[in-house]
Design a protein around this ligand. Structure first.
Ligand code: 0O2
Length: 201
């Protein structure tokens, strides 16, 4: 097995490739449809502390092999879109990509997590072109609306503030708010559709 440095260098290449491919797919979508559904895109490489924590939670030691085999989101990219239907439009564009290979998908919009977390995840393989070979690195693509992102960022802050146990009343309120977010996303999507029809008259 290669060194950690070599593995992380390859993840760095994968992040660049993924960012570029996503940027191209979005630009092509804008060109074809005449509108931009994307509010913003952010990519990151998972920190070593966060990798260690995740491996520990899964019951594995912090080794290069375990990182490679058990952590699927070292490279992550988040695409934040305006409306609910945009999530599925962008997911479909990524699934059709000739460069990225989708290996798994989780629709946490249809089946939210117990916490109330709503988002759409795609696990992909990203090709990286090395001196004498092509390798495929795993990455996670998260697609969500601004409203879902708003919820997730507060949830993240809460998880950080209460690393051991989130108070039950906070958990309950967060869950309640996720239902409001889901309803709001539906209403905003329908309102936007109505506005678009109005434009055509
Ligand atoms: P961070 O800080 O984003 O790096 P797997 O990754 O497949 O081995 P997992 O963790 O069950 O296993 O995959 P999942 O749940 O499909 O995706 C994990 C990522 O989704 C998390 O990464 C978060 O970014 C996000 N996520 C999942 N559940 C929640 C949640 O309840 N609240 C928030 N705010 N985000 C969530 P990390 O590594 O946990 O964190």
């Amino acid at each position: 097995m290669e060194s950690k440095e070599e593995l992380f260098l390859k993840y760095k290449f994968a992040r660049s490739m993924l960012e570029t491919e996503i940027k191209i797919l979005i630009e092509e979508f804008v060109f074809m449809h005449g509108y931009n559904p994307v509010e913003h895109v952010k990519s990151r490489i998972k920190s070593e502390a966060s990798i260690m924590k995740k491996l520990q939670k899964k019951g594995y030691e912090y080794t290069t092999l375990n990182i490679d085999q058990h952590i699927h989101d070292i490279v992550g990219i988040r695409i934040v879109v305006s409306f609910l239907s945009d999530v599925y439009d962008i997911a479909s564009v990524i699934k059709k990509s000739k460069s990225l290979i989708v290996i798994d998908q989780e629709d946490y919009i249809k089946d939210p997590k117990e916490s109330g977390y709503i988002s759409y995840h795609l696990n992909v393989l990203v090709p990286i072109y090395l001196e004498n070979r092509i390798e495929y690195m795993e990455a996670e693509v998260q697609i969500r609306t601004i409203a879902m992102d708003f919820w997730a960022s507060l949830d993240h802050k809460i998880q950080y503030k209460f690393p051991n146990q989130i108070p039950q009343e906070i958990k309950d309120q967060l869950y309640e708010n996720s239902l409001i977010i889901k309803e709001l996303d539906n209403q905003m999507m329908h309102l936007n559709e109505a506005v678009n029809k109005y434009d055509k008259h």
